[in-house]
Design a protein around this ligand. Sequence first.
Ligand code: ARG
Length: 488
Amino acid sequence: MITKPDQSTIQSNAQPGAQPGAQPNSAGSQASTMWGGRFRDGPSQVMDQINPSIDFDQRFYAQDIAGSRAHAAMLVAQGIISAKDGADIARGLDQVEQEITEGRFTFSRALEDIHMNVEARLATLIGDAAGRMHTARSRNDQVATDFKMWVRGAIDNIDAGLKALQAALIDQAEANADVVMPGFTHLQAAQPVTFGHHMMAYVEMIGRDRGRFADCRVRLNECPLGSAALAGTSFPIDRDATAAALGFSGPTANSLDAVSDRDFALEFLAAASITAMHLSRFSEEIVNWMSAQFQFITLSDSFTTGSSIMPQKRNPDAAELVRGKSGRVIGALTALLVMMKGLPLAFCKDMQEDKEPLFDAADTLDVCIAACVGMVTDMRANAPALRQAAELGFATATDLADWLVRSLDMPFRNAHHVTGAVVKLAEQRGCKLDELDLPALQAIEPRITDAVYAVLDPARSVSSRTSFGGTAPANVRAAAAAARARFL
Ligand code: ARG
């Protein structure tokens, strides 16, 4: 699970009980110590509400402090600040980190964001040396670096969750490799498949989802730090050193690009949206399968709820919520795309709006994955009901057509036509295909023999589908074993 720092204390700029308004909040409010040089008055009260990001960007305090540590160490190594100042900064940062981790830190909205909150506290702790830490960097490269590191961590967390989901699905596939069920198209019975094959379909989807996150991680992993505000810096910094210290593959190549794009966040959200869509489809199937009309699976008390009025009910709430929450993840992608699309280079404050949707999407996906792992592990396939359903809806009609092609050398189109007539007859008689007697079949196609009955059985149908990627139980077992090697 992704852990959130507890909210600690947030100190507001606004006077208690004051109406947020457009008036300048000059009484008692001073210009920022961070940029106060050319400012006389403090911000309007409404700025206290619209401007700060500290309420949410405190979530990457650990990344922010790690970035500052790496930056300060590099400044020392390059002779840009003294070793003494570097040591004071490192010690002070340790203390700030400890205070935040332990919930003893008072975050201030007046200080806007995590970057300035950390630096201001550092100044209280170590004095003037704190002011040297910001040499050769800006909050613009800082926030891009912090956010990338946070997203990188979220990717690793999601990947672990998706891997656990694949493991649970593969277990179900192996346990139910022989369990015959109807495969659907248009939600109409189409051809028999195995329950194991159906589980393995999701293993493949989740595998591609993991691939998308992995691709995103590779592209994301270039370090913006040292791009400074937008143009780079005149100080002799070593960007390779900070990139390496923070686990990046190297520094970003263009300072403008580094501070002004959020495509890494968008890629993350695109991968998250596709994953959420897959989980939503799976959940939709669980909802269907659990109903009295299907009875394909059962879920225990752990993932279902009862109704306060209807005693017979067992509702698939977890699955419904995974399906419903996918909308939030997709919404986050849309929000960020729309926010970014009109921005000129380089940094614009609009981009501060990148964090909340992404955090929400990451948290949402995290809990959805956990719920799916739980449901897949908990779920029991109802083999008799699945088999019975496979016998409904003439699901072996294609097998009959294939038999006509193979045994009578009929062109497939003709075989399709003959099979259609057989299905029509069964429909009229209200029976299954294999309940039609041979004379009835021969009245439609005289060359049909009783060998045809073998292919009308759903279990035989699935066993015959041995083409690579097909549903035969032997294939499912082989696919599950291969998937263990590929994915787990
Ligand atoms: N709080 C800002 C953000 O979340 C950090 C960067 C602010 N930079 C600036 N020039 N105001 O994106």
